[in-house]
Design a protein around this ligand. Sequence first.
Ligand code: ATP
Ligand code: PH2
Length: 297
Amino acid sequence: MSDRIALTRLAVTTPHGVLAHEKREPQRFFVDITIECDVSRAGRSDDLDHTISYADVAQDAERILTQPPVDLIEHLAEQIAASVLRHVAAEAVEVTVHKPDAPAGVDFAGFGLAGPSVSVRREQHRPVVIALGANLGHRVRSLEAAVRALRRVEGLDLFEVSGLFETAPVGGPAQPDYLNAVAVGTTRLAPWTLLDRLHEIEAGRGRTREIRWGARTLDLDLIQLGDPAAGTDLRFATEELTLPHPRAAERAFVLAPWLDADPQAQLRVGRKVLPVAQLLRSADTTGIHVGPEWRPL
Ligand SMILES: Nc1ncnc2c1ncn2[C@@H]1O[C@H](COP(=O)(O)OP(=O)(O)OP(=O)(O)O)[C@@H](O)[C@H]1O
Ligand SMILES: Nc1nc2c(c(=O)[nH]1)N=C(CO)CN2
């Protein structure tokens, strides 16, 4: 991601350090934070909710710097990086903590900021589940092309793709049977950025949207982002994007391939987190059959 939000030289005078007197006597710390995040949506909408407020980031960092004394600037840098990655839109962050007056038994000189500093770069790693479907054109070829395209998305790493399932259409007008699959992996992308990439891939396979739940050359849905068992799954309901996918829990055409890709999979359903295996046992599986062989990865 080439978009960045940077905060340069946040300055705090506070006591931290390994030496006893450093824990009593405040000294200067300077922090630089560079956040990699997609700002194109906020650039279009002019809406602060579509980006990361630099004031929130700065205040979190200042709170971390003014905590009771710690030994290491590594620890401060790590904590600040973690606080930035709690923002949904943050893809990665680089944090540098400078300690220009550090007692090191030598002189530091220079025109810029002299003395020791520590830099860390940390990336978002969110589990992601993507459902694939096709019921028009050459379905296997479309789904294979979709997996190839997903693998080329920068910031998305797929590590498992299910087998193909032949499924009767659910909802919508009369239409041909679908082939469905599910891909699981991790991503550092913000959910809206990932959804944009999915729409681009759909459009590349000639996907059009005329009738709700109508036949399509390719459908890519975001089912879940984050880990519900750890409470880190993203939850929100907007027209543009609802997570987890509101209809996934009862769709055997999603649950069956998902279980195939990840037998331990879990999905948040309301306030509960349930095994996908259990949800599939309760779902209507009529019209769901193992599909043709494929080697997507
Ligand atoms: N979790 C999600 N995954 C994909 N699209 C979503 C999601 N939540 C909301 N949407 C929005 O839904 C809109 C319609 O998507 P799409 O045409 O793929 O729906 P559909 O596949 O026909 O129906 P369904 O949403 O029931 O799977 C998209 O433009 C997208 O912005
Ligand atoms: N069998 C099947 N039915 C569907 C599917 C699908 O992928 N498979 N997708 C839908 C809208 O996303 C609606 N109905």
